[in-house]
Design a protein around this ligand. Structure first.
Ligand SMILES: *[C@@H]1O[C@H](CO)[C@@H](O)[C@H](O)[C@H]1NC(C)=O
Ligand SMILES: *[C@@H]1O[C@H](CO)[C@@H](O)[C@H](O)[C@H]1NC(C)=O
Length: 180
């Protein structure tokens, strides 16, 4: 190994150590989870709640049953960040949920979906009728795949089943980066 590559390896090691240090020091916490605008002819909601399981760890669970066959699913997702009330922040996306379930698209949605998919039964495609569950979903700061400024956030998701608003879900969380 030449001198140059040793220096490079050293710099790389220090850089990785710093990265891991700063990533580990960030904190993600769900603060509220609300399901409303429920159209009970379309979906029945058995569970929509957060649970504090340990100090600093809160899990999110949703358990519902889609009562009629869904052949089109429109999803409208919007992110808000708190600053004198919640203000629209960065993403306001409407996408075709049935297309997404066949083959995920829209990078920011794919990132979020990959976080909660392991906790869910979302491995079906349209047409679909039956249970929809996300149980015990939690994330830790280091799993946040993108740089995120510290703050309080709200992800509002409206689910339109066969063009009718069937349910609205609001996920509130706080994120603190680079706690040292
Ligand atoms: C977000 O998108 C929805 C639907 O496309 C639109 O009605 C709404 O006005 C948008 N909101 C903002 C703040 O851009
Ligand atoms: C979805 O996952 C469940 C449980 O892991 C499995 O039983 C089922 O066969 C899967 N369905 C599809 C369409 O992959």
């Amino acid at each position: 190994m030449g001198h140059g590559s040793e220096v490079f390896a050293l710099i790389l090691t220090v850089h990785i150590a710093l990265e891991i240090g700063s990533i580990n020091a960030s904190r993600f916490r769900f603060t509220n989870f609300v399901c409303d605008s429920v159209d009970e002819s379309w979906i029945s909601v058995h569970k929509c709640r957060l649970k504090a399981v340990q100090r600093g760890k809160t899990t999110l669970s949703f358990d519902g049953t889609v009562l009629k066959t869904v052949s089109t699913l429109k999803v409208h997702a919007q992110i808000f960040k708190r600053a004198n009330g919640f203000k629209p922040w960065l993403y306001n996306i409407t996408f075709d949920g049935c297309r997404f379930l066949r083959k995920p698209y829209e990078a920011p949605v794919v990132l979020v979906f990959n976080l909660f998919k392991p906790f869910s039964n979302l491995n079906f495609t349209c047409p679909y009728k039956g249970p929809v569950r996300v149980i015990g979903f939690h994330i830790i700061g280091e799993q946040i795949p993108v740089p995120l400024p510290s703050g309080e956030y709200l992800i509002s998701i409206k689910w339109y089943l066969n063009k009718m608003l069937a349910i609205s879900t609001s996920i509130y969380f706080s994120f603190e980066e680079n706690l040292t």
